[in-house]
Design a protein around this ligand. Structure first.
Ligand SMILES: *Cc1c(COP(=O)(O)O)cnc(C)c1O
Length: 382
């Protein structure tokens, strides 16, 4: 009998989110509202649909493995050298490539926890140790919801090769500021590759939250990870990119690229999206305005909601989180629960968010109010 590597056997089985169509059918409603995966609530950009139609006629050919047109477009858009840019099959694949390129078995990957769920999994697959540094409150007396950069710097040891700072942080939406991040980067040894995961960068409105592409200048151990899945609306096409200050870092990540994993359609769509950036800026502004409205509406209900710089909000509900999520699903609203910790809710259209708020008003009075201790004790590290 064959047996998978112990590290792979120990991985949690993939648990897909509830499918809105199935849920809607179960409930006998027209459609369920999906606020679970941080997509934008708009259809694909017109230029993207056009590009997909055109490239459909070329899909009997392999894609351009080097994604030259997309790389050139990205380098022009962000004012960096093409040698610094690495497109990938979604930012998650680039996370995996980073671990493959920089982590031998027995080395370590450091990151805050709770943060993006992929980080511990990719460490496990790479045979690397996860160094998890608990979040701390962003406001006195609040829940643990933001990076502890001092703790993260202190947790770096001689085994650490890779360190992720998710800014803004998924799932809490909080962001670290320029001065704190600069101090942190000054402190981290230059043998550690610091990856600023900026999947939600486009939604940042606080001018004190730095643009990683500016911050990394002159720091060869820093790279920035971004994606077309969120603000750019291409989640279904799988395309993201890494920009490294040092072209040697980019080169190392290219070496673990799965050949042809960024499809012809993904490349063409990303180029079309970049050329529609004015429209994307308008769409992002609408999401940000709705984020502010949703945050205020939740706070009006007496709920703790940290300031979000992303396209989702975080409700640190503590113990009843899973129960609340289940009850919301029973009312046709799919959110993303982190059991025992909190609920992440994607900013939808104003209509979708009103459906969510009405469902929440229905649900909350019935759940046991979380004890302050439950909410503040932070995430179990695991
Ligand atoms: C969504 C997300 C990504 C990447 O998504 P892809 O769809 O793989 O490009 C990366 N990092 C964080 C923190 C995310 O939330």
């Amino acid at each position: 009998m064959v047996s998978a590597r112990p590290a792979v056997q120990a991985l949690p089985a993939y648990k897909p989110g509830r499918n809105p169509a199935d849920l809607a059918r179960e409930l006998g409603v027209d459609r369920a509202v999906k606020l679970a995966s941080n997509e934008v609530p708009f259809p694909p950009l017109p230029a993207v649909v056009q590009a997909l139609a055109t490239t459909a006629a070329e899909t009997h050919r392999y894609p351009d493995n080097g994604a030259a047109v997309l790389t050139a477009e990205l380098s022009a858009h962000y004012g960096v050298d093409p040698a610094q840019v690495v497109p990938g099959c979604g930012a998650v694949m680039l996370c995996q490539q980073l671990a493959q390129s920089f982590n031998d078995p027995g080395t370590a990957i450091a990151f805050a926890w709770r943060s993006f769920e992929m980080y511990p999994l990719l460490a496990q697959v790479a045979g690397a140790r996860s160094t998890q540094v608990p979040l701390v409150p962003s406001v006195p007396g609040g829940s643990a919801d933001t990076h502890d950069l001092d703790g993260l710097a202190a947790a770096v040891d001689e085994d650490t090769r890779l360190l992720f700072v998710c800014n803004p942080n998924n799932p809490t939406g909080t962001a670290v500021r320029r001065a704190a991040l600069e101090r942190f980067l000054d402190r981290v040894p230059d043998t550690v590759l610091v990856v600023l995961d900026e999947a939600y960068r486009e939604f940042v409105t606080d001018p004190d939250v730095p643009d990683g592409l500016e911050l990394m200048r002159g720091r060869p151990n820093v790279a920035v990870l971004r994606t077309f899945s969120k603000a750019w609306g291409l989640a279904g096409l799988r395309v993201g990119y890494l920009v490294a200050e040092d072209p040697a870092v980019a080169d190392a990540v290219r070496r673990t690229h799965v050949p042809f994993s960024v499809s012809t359609m993904a490349q063409a769509a990303a180029v079309a999206a970049l050329r529609s950036s004015d429209e994307v800026v308008r769409r992002v502004a609408a999401v940000v305005a709705e984020r502010d409205r949703l945050t205020a509406a939740l706070r009006d209900r007496g709920l703790e909601v940290p300031d979000s710089q992303a396209n989702f909000v975080w409700l640190p509900l503590g113990e009843p989180t899973a129960e609340v999520a289940r009850a919301l699903e029973g009312r046709g609203v799919i959110t993303r629960p982190f059991a025992g910790e909190g609920l992440r809710v994607t900013v939808g259209t104003p209509e979708e968010d009103d459906v969510f708020l009405a469902a929440l008003d229905d649900v909350l009075p019935g759940v046991s109010a979380p004890a302050a201790d439950d909410v503040r004790s932070g995430a179990p590290v695991g």
